[in-house]
Design a binder for this molecule. Sequence first.
Ligand SMILES: [Zn+2]
Length: 292
Amino acid sequence: MVVSGCNWKEKLNVFYSGPLMSDRNYFLLREHLVESDRLILFCNNKIVVQGENFIWRYEQLIENLPANTEYLIVEHKDKHFVAASTDQDISIKLAAELKSLRSLLFKESDKDFAIAGKASQILDWYRAHKFCGACGAATVQHISQRALCCPSCNDQYFPRINPCAIVLVTKGREVLLARSARFRSGFFSCLAGFIEVGESAEETVLREVKEESGLIVHNIRYIKSQSWPFPSQLMLGFHADYKSGEIVPEPGEIDEAAFYDIDDMPVVPSPKISVAGELIEIYANQVRNGLI
Ligand SMILES: [Zn+2]
């Protein structure tokens, strides 16, 4: 959006040094699209998929995109894609269908899903920051960064992620697995929770394990992380050893929790999909290889 008659340009000329969006930056207009662009299209917050493909060529879409479509650049491993969003459902015109992002999780490769997840998170951020959270003024686009800025109070809004800690608790050959009371999918998985203000990730692990299972753990060590776009989360994966306590599932949070031998586990998430599955697989392989 182009704003005129405000003193924000003078105050923030470091951010806005010329006509907005005159060049290709993070925010595009339709006329900035070029034939080599690859687009990921969302209609009403659902991704437009044809068969198994959700990355569209410019010429496949351009004639059908509504005038109010918004375009944001999404980088992924040195490549640029364009996340496009409209509130009009044009899937039928494209001989395609609308799908939830989550439904792609079980079909697409890690690489493809990561692009779709990032596009979805950036569009979610953009939708949620059209107005300043401090003073309510309409925000404007930063000319060179992926940021929305308030012309009234100068606040800036960058895409944010919410850090979570996820932990595999183990006791010898056994792993602690729990079934969430909120997702009745039948999956058992590791314990996890949001990192609260003022906490380190290790403190979150201690607190969440105690709250959700009643157990005390020690030897907490970081293993690996995963971006998880439901919504913008960063899952920090940990391993911890059981120290003491009896399992008492937290009412309303955990339906069932128990230690399972690595060769006698219920259905757990695939390591191809989630860091929980990876944590379990890494440990199970270490035990099977005699490393534990
Ligand atoms: Zn403001």
